[in-house]
Structures are given as structure tokens and as C-alpha cells.
Design a binder for this molecule. Structure first.
Ligand SMILES: NC(=O)c1ccc[n+]([C@@H]2O[C@H](COP(=O)([O-])OP(=O)(O)OC[C@H]3O[C@@H](n4cnc5c(N)ncnc54)[C@H](O)[C@@H]3O)[C@@H](O)[C@H]2O)c1
Length: 380
């Protein structure tokens, strides 16, 4: 691996330009712990758009590249070149971009799916395994929730015994959404409707991959054989938007996976249940701080992120137990709103906490101390 000089890891980005879905998530994640510094990138296939956006992030003009090949070549030659590249382009290009950087001994962080299709996946897998100088990670982000990690640890420790059944679902509601019509679907859903870009299956590559990954990540199992029914449910868009899969796992456990992007009202519904010989575990992404442990023939227990009983989850908790996840997001909302206000952006109703509330709070606290001391009502 290229030696990492200095405290921060030098990160380059491919994809995730202005208006992209996942770009800002990667950029925030990279900066969260001050471990990475974003120093270069190509953010669009249009060189001008790419450079403009890169510079808006504070990246030097000469390190905003016109394409990823150029970026790999030049960064590999620089003495202060990138240590890692984060790839967040649509699925069909993950393999070719990753391989280009691996050839230059640059480490990879890639968004899912691993590749657009199996042929690409096999090629990329071989490339990663045959280069001992690089490391690779895939951002199946749900596997990093503290209580998912806790679940994996409990399975590993045999808390629910040998796994006999896994039920996992990830459903969303956009392929058939209110905004989508037969006429605008190609524009709005763009590459998600193009097989050569989205890859083997739209619904499975886009979100089914997360569901399957979660099942194998927590259980440590792999599918041995499957029986799938992939269908188009939507009347508006031409894409495979629903898949039901029966799974036989390699320890003979049975599984069911359902994934859909046309499930009305199914808003980001990712949930998993694992049933073992001694009990079951249940995790739901919409309530991510809790893991339900149901021991066979005993009362259910709700394990909470960061609490004493969920020891392993402490390693992945960024905020103290009792504070639900979202604390950091709320904090960041103040920064974002204040930045808009500093730039005098109009059209917003600014509601960030300010000096008026600051003074009111101080008055309140002072009055409380006076009241407590004098044991009487105090006017503010
Ligand atoms: N991990 C998750 O939870 C999650 C969530 C959403 C999307 N994703 C994945 O992230 C990837 C991107 O999805 P998205 O929804 O952000 O897509 P998007 O279409 O919103 O954004 C893609 C970005 O990549 C840029 N781009 C495309 N080809 C490029 C190239 N060759 N060089 C440089 N830039 C290029 C585009 O200009 C655009 O800015 C997909 O693989 C998707 O499956 C993951």
C-alpha cells in the first residue's frame, strides 16, 4: 500500500457531482472524523461542470480533472497524490473506474453495487485480490449501524444458535411515484432505466443488494441456491421494480428476500429478522438504535445502542446512549442554515436559534436560581 504521509488520508472523488444523490453523503462521511482530506476529483463527465463543482468544494483547479483516467495517471505520479479514491458514479462504471485506480496502486472506497453485472464483478474481484498493495471497501452503509454490528456480534457469539431462517426486506416507493409519468420517467429516473448503466437488475442492484448484503453480513452465511421472481409492477416505467427471492443458505437455513421500488408507502423500509435454534433477532432501519432479541420461550428484550448490554455497539456509537441518531444531523442543520444566512440567501425563513433565545434562556436560568433560593415565584 502507498505509504500515508501526514495525519490525513488524501482522498480523491469520482462522481457525486452537483445534484447527485449520494455525493454529499460521502463528502460528509469523509470529513466526519477529520481522517480524510478531499484533494482531487472528477465530478461529472462534462469537464467544465466537473471543474466548477470541484473548485466550489475548495479543490485546487489543477486537481479537478476532466476524466478519471487522467486523474489516476496524474495523481499516481504526484508525490502528494491521493491515497484513496471514492467512487460514486452509477453502477455500470464502478468496475472500470476501480480497476483503473487499482492499476495505479490507489486504494478504493466504492459505492454499491460492487459492479454492474457478474462479469464485471469477477474481473474486479480478481483485480483486487491480485494487488497486495491496495485495500478496498464497499459502502453498504446499513452494515455499519451500531445495532447491526451488535447483531453480527451476537450471532457470532452463538446467542441465537445456529441460524435456521432469515427474512429480509428493503422496499421503497419511487418507480411508480406521484411525480412519475410515462413521459417524464426517462428524464427523472435517468440511468436507473438504462440496463447498460444500472446493470443486471434495477431493483436488485439498487436496493436488493443492500438487503442481501445485510443478511450475509449479520449471519455470516451465503446463498447456496435461490428461486427468484423479478417483475415489473409499475404501469408507468419500464424497469424491473419488484423481486421476491427464496433462498437456501449454505448451512441449509432458509431465507426470503423481498425488494421493491414500487411499494406504495414503503418509504425506506429496510428490515431483517434472523431466527436461530435459541431465538431471534430483529432490526428495522427506521428505528435503528434498537435491536430486538427474542429468546425462545422467554420475554423479548430490546437492546439499545451504546447501553451496557449492547457492548459491541459502543465501538460504533458516535453519540452517547439515550441521544437518538440524528443528533449530529440536527447540529449540522444549524451550520447549514447559518451559512445560508451569512451569504444573505433570500427565500428562506431563517429559524436558527439566535441571541433573542439566548437572552431568554439566561433570564430563565437566573430566575430559577433566585426562585430556588428564595422559595417563591419569580417574574422574568
Ligand atoms: N449507499 C447508499 O445508500 C446509496 C444511496 C444512493 C445511491 N447509491 C449508489 O451511488 C451511486 C450513485 O448514485 P446517485 O443516486 O448519487 O447517482 P446520481 O445520478 O444522482 O449521481 C451520479 C454522479 O456521478 C457523476 N458521474 C457519472 N459518470 C461519471 C464519470 N464517468 N466521471 C465522473 N463523474 C461521473 C454524475 O455527473 C453525477 O454527479 C450508484 O451506484 C448508487 O447505487 C448508494
Amino acid at each position: 500500500m502507498t505509504k500515508i504521509k501526514g495525519k490525513k488520508i488524501k482522498l480523491g472523488i469520482v462522481g457525486g457531482g452537483s445534484g447527485s444523490w449520494i455525493g454529499h453523503v460521502h463528502r460528509i462521511a469523509a470529513r466526519f472524523d477529520d481522517q480524510y482530506e478531499i484533494v482531487s476529483g472528477v465530478f461529472s463527465r462534462n469537464p467544465k461542470t466537473s471543474s466548477k463543482f470541484g473548485q466550489s468544494l475548495g479543490i485546487n483547479k489543477d486537481r479537478c480533472y476532466s476524466d478519471y483516467k487522467k486523474m489516476a495517471n496524474i495523481e499516481a505520479k504526484r508525490t502528494d497524490g491521493i491515497n484513496v479514491v471514492a467512487i460514486m458514479t452509477p453502477p455500470g462504471s464502478h468496475q472500470i473506474i476501480a480497476e483503473t485506480f487499482i492499476n495505479k496502486n490507489i486504494n478504493i472506497i466504492s459505492d454499491k453495487p460492487f459492479a454492474g453485472n457478474l462479469k464485471q464483478a469477477k474481473s474486479l474481484f480478481k483485480k483486487i485480490k491480485s494487488n497486495k498493495k491496495i485495500k478496498y471497501t464497499l459502502t453498504h452503509n446499513y452494515s455499519a449501524y451500531p445495532m447491526v454490528r451488535e447483531a453480527k456480534d451476537l450471532v457470532l457469539k452463538g446467542k441465537i444458535g445456529k441460524i435456521n431462517f432469515i427474512n429480509v426486506e428493503y422496499v421503497q416507493d419511487w418507480a411508480d411515484g406521484n411525480r412519475i409519468t410515462k413521459n417524464n420517467s426517462k428524464k427523472i429516473l435517468s440511468w436507473k432505466l438504462q440496463k447498460n448503466i444500472v446493470g443486471t437488475s434495477s431493483v436488485l442492484n439498487e436496493i436488493g443488494s443492500h438487503a442481501y448484503h445485510l443478511a450475509i453480513y449479520i449471519s455470516g452465511l451465503k446463498a447456496k441456491s435461490i428461486f427468484a421472481d423479478i417483475k415489473q409492477v409499475s404501469k408507468k416505467v419500464k424497469m424491473d421494480d419488484n423481486a421476491q427471492v427464496m433462498i437456501n443458505f449454505n448451512n441449509d437455513a432458509k431465507g426470503i428476500l423481498w425488494t421493491s421500488v414500487s411499494a406504495k408507502g414503503g418509504v425506506y423500509g429496510l428490515r431483517i429478522r434472523l431466527f436461530g435454534e435459541k431465538g431471534s433477532l430483529e432490526w428495522v432501519q427506521n428505528d435503528p438504535g434498537y435491536l430486538k432479541l427474542n429468546p425462545a420461550k422467554k420475554a423479548s428484550r430490546l437492546l439499545e445502542r451504546g447501553f451496557h448490554e449492547a457492548k459491541f455497539s459502543k465501538n460504533f456509537s458516535r453519540i452517547k446512549y439515550g441521544h437518538p441518531e440524528g443528533y449530529l444531523d440536527a447540529f449540522a442543520n444549524i451550520y447549514r442554515e447559518f451559512a445560508k444566512s451569512l451569504k444573505n440567501k433570500s427565500g428562506y425563513k431563517y429559524v436558527y436559534p439566535n441571541e433573542d433565545e439566548g437572552l431568554e434562556t439566561a433570564k430563565f436560568i437566573e430566575a430559577c436560581t433566585v426562585s430556588s433560593k428564595r422559595k417563591r415565584w419569580v417574574k422574568l
